[in-house]
Design a protein around this ligand. Structure first.
Ligand code: ADP
Ligand code: MG
Length: 240
């Protein structure tokens, strides 16, 4: 589903991605770990072309994406993204938030978009909140709406960038539960998170990023029990 080769991204003099190689298969869940500033967010943003990379190659669903020759809105529709801050439209109801992109970007009929949105709100456990405004929701509920909103574009890949980092601890579990369900439904996912329980339980593979490179990756059991790279060991000692 995703094949990244020798990806390089700079911001002015700063090389933020310094030759990233990463492959993700269909239905695979990859958790991306790494210290702050290691390039995790930039990598996710490159994967749905919110950022354009300098060199290297990104293949999605088998096709190489050449930004100059590709309709990037089409790509972004197939690669959903959930951020730390949910950015719901405050003046729209929960249902309207979820219907927005299918109606305005995908040009779906309103009735069809509404039916899909209600189905997705049910999936994230918020069907009863369809008609309230985001202000009325807890952070965990807002993030679940943001997940439903991303799913409303019917993406084939979902990217999560620290989806629970802005939440009070008691609200983290409900969001992870929705992500876990999505994973068991077979969604292909790349997840940046500091939730090691989620990584151990849900990830098929854990990848460790340092200074714009993926230094080590493996099945969670081997990754956590017997990391090989010194940097990985240091990182795990600090967080576990
Ligand atoms: P992470 O998500 O792992 O914390 P980021 O990908 O956000 O790392 O950032 C990696 C590095 O790139 C940091 O040094 C950050 O300051 C820098 N960076 C990220 N986005 C920009 C930008 N738009 N302009 C300049 N520097 C940026
Ligand atoms: Mg980040």
């Amino acid at each position: 589903m995703i094949q990244v080769k020798s990806l390089v991204k700079t911001f002015g003099p700063l090389t933020v991605l310094n030759g990233v190689d990463l492959s993700v298969s269909q239905k695979e869940v990859v958790v991306l770990l790494g210290a702050s500033g290691s390039g995790k967010s930039t990598l996710l943003r490159c994967l749905n072309f919110l950022e354009l990379y300098d060199s290297g190659e990104i293949r999605l669903m088998g096709s190489q994406i050449v930004p100059q020759k590709t309709d990037l809105n089409q790509v972004r529709a197939e690669v959903g993204m959930v951020f730390q801050h949910f950015n719901l439209f405050p003046h729209k109801t929960v249902l309207e938030n979820v219907m927005e992109a299918p109606v305005h970007v995908k040009k779906k009929k309103k009735e069809e978009a509404r039916a899909l949105a209600l189905k997705l709100l049910e999936k994230v456990g918020l069907k009863d909140k369809a008609d309230v405004y985001p202000d009325m929701l807890s952070g965990g509920q807002k993030q679940r709406v943001a997940i439903a909103r991303a799913l409303a574009m019917e993406p084939r890949i979902m990217l999560f960038d620290e989806p629970t980092s802005a939440l009070d601890p008691e609200l983290v579990g409900e969001v992870l539960q929705v992500m876990k369900q999505l994973a068991s439904d077979g969604m292909t996912m790349v997840v940046v998170t500091h939730e090691m329980g989620f990584a151990r339980e849900v990830a098929d593979r854990v990848a460790f990023m340092h200074n714009g490179q993926i230094l080590e990756q493996g099945h969670p059991n081997t990754f956590f029990e017997s990391p090989q790279n010194e940097r990985t060991k240091q990182f795990l000692q600090r967080i576990l």
